[in-house]
Design a protein around this ligand. Structure first.
Ligand code: SAM
Length: 299
């Protein structure tokens, strides 16, 4: 994929979410960029707070990987939080995003007005120059497929204290939820670092475990289903409920695979479906009957 997105180059249209902040809808992926209950709240609570950034920012240095920068809300919430907690913190951020148009349109539609003026200025500079340097911030926005743009960082031994992991949902964008992409991401997480993501899909969690993460569950704000945090060390994390543990024993937990980090979404989905058909794991519908009668599907 390139960043010349013919479907979406015409421009994104803002839609207001439950907390008054706006998001976009992606025609290409058939999904909104944030949960409809509140885009700013999602960034602050389900990413920045979940990844423990208020505490991490008390250190002298903090390094963050923002996987799927989009409108920049997760980075913006992190910057505002760090500015409040410890303005002297030396911050390094690398953000990955395939579509420069969405970055630009967030600014063009003035969707960033909630953040502090300093953070707004950083986001504006990033949208045009794709980097921002100051005495306390070294930030680069790497435009391209995250499966490729992350490889040089991993190859150079680059390490993040916090990873904000926010692709479109696994059925829409499976290429960023594979065992192989999580393995690449895990290489970039410091030993005592933490990854936060909204998804609790069994395929996602099993891929994370196969990539070497320990996983924990937390109740996302404004989200129907729990979110996931992950580490590479053995520190205790909030445990998975019985329901969540049993979900990992079903065919829903067959992970997405992409050994070359270049496969199309369709190929990744087809390969997983084949694996599921051959699987001896319990059917997910049996698990759903036990736990979810009357509820919706899990992202
Ligand atoms: C759910 S949105 C992210 C929202 C964002 N974190 C924010 O705060 O606005 C997912 C983003 O992933 C981007 N994306 C999709 N496929 C990608 C890929 N292969 N590599 C990098 N970014 C990708 C989309 O363009 C979109 O901006």
């Amino acid at each position: 994929m390139s960043d010349d997105r013919s479907l979406e180059n015409a421009g994104f249209i803002p839609e207001v979410t439950g907390d008054g902040s706006a998001t976009f809808y992606s025609e290409e992926f058939g999904e909104h960029f944030h949960c409809r209950q509140g885009a700013y709240t999602d960034a602050q609570r389900n990413y920045v707070d979940a990844a423990n950034i208020p505490e991490l920012a008390q250190a002298e240095r903090l390094t963050i990987l923002d996987v799927c920068y989009g409108l920049g809300y997760n980075t913006a919430a992190a910057l505002d939080t760090i500015g409040r907690v410890n303005p002297d913190c030396q911050v390094t951020i690398r953000a990955l995003e395939i579509n420069a148009v969405v970055v630009r349109d967030a600014i063009a539609n003035n969707l960033i007005h909630h953040w502090t003026p300093a953070t707004q200025q950083i986001l504006k500079t990033l949208a045009t120059e794709h980097q921002y340097k100051s005495p306390t911030l070294d930030m680069e926005l790497l435009i391209g497929d995250a499966r490729q743009t992350l490889q040089p960082l991993a190859g150079n031994g680059w390490q993040a204290d916090a990873i904000l992991f926010d692709p479109f949902s696994p059925t829409r964008c499976p290429q960023l939820w594979t065992v192989e992409f999580f393995s690449l991401t895990a290489q970039c997480l410091a030993k005592n670092g933490i990854l936060a993501t909204y998804s609790c899909a069994a395929a996602v969690r099993s891929a994370m475990e196969l990539a070497g993460f320990s996983i924990g569950s937390f109740p996302g704000v404004g989200r129907t289903w729990p979110c996931t945090i992950a580490t590479k060390d053995q520190r205790p994390l909030p445990g998975l409920s019985q329901q969540e543990q049993e979900h990992l024993q079903t065919r829903a937990a067959v992970p997405y695979r992409d050994p070359t980090l270049k496969a199309t979404a369709a190929a990744i989905i087809a390969q997983r479906q084949q694996q599921q058909q051959q699987s001896t794991l319990e059917s997910t519908s049996a698990w759903r009957r036990r736990w979810l009668t009357g509820h919706g599907a899990q992202r």
